[in-house]
Write a protein that binds this ligand. Structure first.
Ligand code: ACO
Length: 378
């Protein structure tokens, strides 16, 4: 007898309660603490969104000023971590580098296992400020370029561009990246957030939970899709190849990257926002053709599988956006991670408020009383 009625991929299972983000997959709504995502993307900043997710309310002006100053005091990476980044083989994918270096950061924290709310927020600050430095230092180290230290006068988005490019960031590009960071910050119980909550439910450290979150985000069915969208667009190459490419791919049951979502069965509101946002950015940076190609892919996909509820997700137009900002393809998912760490830390704080270890069961479907067969009889 078995008890195997487990929903595949935990579909529809409610595994936690949250007030951080509301995801309505039929109407295409995303809110952080009840505030619609497009309001935040047009009016807020990534720093303010981090405060919102960690304190569950918008800061007053003086609080945001103080919070921002505290963040900037955490920009500097411990020297041994910087050295590690210069010694990692240059061909390593930046997401592997990020995971390794975040785990190593625990060694330079006097209280890595402090999971008090104050301790978690302080570690959250370290992480959201030092993950950009990790990614940027590695990118320059692998290209044998001199490393560029963070500038405490810049916000997180501006600093990312400054440390990667080694020159003062263009304001429009820095704001565009800031908007991307806002849009990716939290999204209900997605795979990486669930991973982080499971890890912290054992009372493990935030470093462990975030390292696990990064590993989960890396996969191509989750955050890793944004990089694959760009490889796919390159492979498609031109407008006259779109239909042929997509039809052939779908005939072989290949997943089209940047499309489909477990929760959204209509347009992902982040994709709706990014589509409009990416247009101007692409036009002004010479990426008009890439944008046009993306809209054609969306058109053909909508005609083929829109009726099945398959539409662009956040990763689809974020690829064009990152490309227009000048981010390298294998740095797209790290940008996502730099943003999502605010959500992971928010969920870790929330999980710890009323923690119980996450311990579901598996329905055993194997044999019983199986004989232990000696080697010579196997
Ligand atoms: N391309 C083509 N067909 C698709 C796609 C896609 N991208 N996504 C789903 N489908 C089809 C499936 O083939 C399946 O069809 P069938 O019923 O005829 O067999 C049906 O839609 C349901 O798909 P599932 O894979 O069961 O959906 P699930 O909820 O398990 O997966 C996921 C969701 C992983 C996002 C999936 O849509 C996918 O692989 N998309 C591509 C990768 C991607 O863009 N991931 C990023 C998601 S957003 C994020 O994590 C930030």
């Amino acid at each position: 007898m078995t008890e195997s009625n487990a929903p595949k991929g935990l579909e529809g299972v409610i595994a936690a309660e949250t007030v951080l983000s509301y995801v309505n997959g039929t109407e295409g709504i995303l809110e952080y603490l009840g505030i619609p995502i497009d309001q935040l993307a047009t009016k807020s900043t990534f720093e303010e969104v981090a405060f919102l997710l960690w304190h569950k309310r918008l800061p007053k002006a003086a609080e945001l000023k103080d919070f921002t100053a505290q963040l900037r005091a955490h920009y500097t990476l411990p020297t041994p971590v910087k050295e590690l980044l210069q010694n990692i083989p240059p061909k390593t994918a930046p997401m592997h580098v990020l995971r390794t270096a975040v785990s190593y950061l625990a060694s330079f924290d006097e209280t890595p296992d402090d999971i008090s709310p104050e301790g978690l927020r302080e570690k959250g600050m370290r992480l959201v400020c030092q993950m950009p430095a990790i990614v940027a230092y590695f990118d320059r180290a692998r290209k044998k370029l001199p490393l560029v230290d963070p500038d405490p006068d810049l916000n997180i988005a501006g600093n990312i561009l400054y440390m990667i490019n080694g020159e003062a960031p263009d304001e429009t590009m820095a704001r565009a990246l800031d908007v991307c960071l806002i849009l990716h910050a939290d999204h209900g119980l997605n795979a990486s957030t669930f991973t982080s909550r499971v890890i912290c439910s054992t009372m493990s450290s935030v470093y462990g939970a975030v390292t696990g979150g990064i590993a989960a985000l890396h996969g191509q069915l989750h955050g890793g899709a944004n990089e694959r969208v760009m490889y796919m667009l390159r492979e498609i190459g031109s407008a006259d190849n779109v239909t042929k490419y997509l039809d052939e791919a779908m005939a072989t049951k290949k997943k089209i990257m940047g499309f489909g979502h477990r929760v959204y069965k209509t347009l992902d509101p982040r994709a709706t926002f990014l589509k409009a946002f990416a247009k101007d950015l692409a036009d002004s940076t010479g990426n008009h053709d890439l944008y046009e190609l993306s809209t054609m892919v969306e058109e053909v996909m909508t005609a083929r599988v829109g009726s099945k509820g398959i539409y662009p997700n956040v990763d689809f137009y974020s690829a064009t956006t990152y490309k227009s900002i000048g981010i390298e393809i294998d740095m797209f998912t790290p940008m996502f991670a730099i943003s999502r760490v605010t959500g992971w830390v928010g969920h870790i704080l929330e999980q710890n408020e009323a923690n119980r270890i996450m311990r579901p069961r598996a329905a055993y479907i194997g044999p019983h009383n199986a004989p232990y067969v000696p080697f010579d009889e196997r």
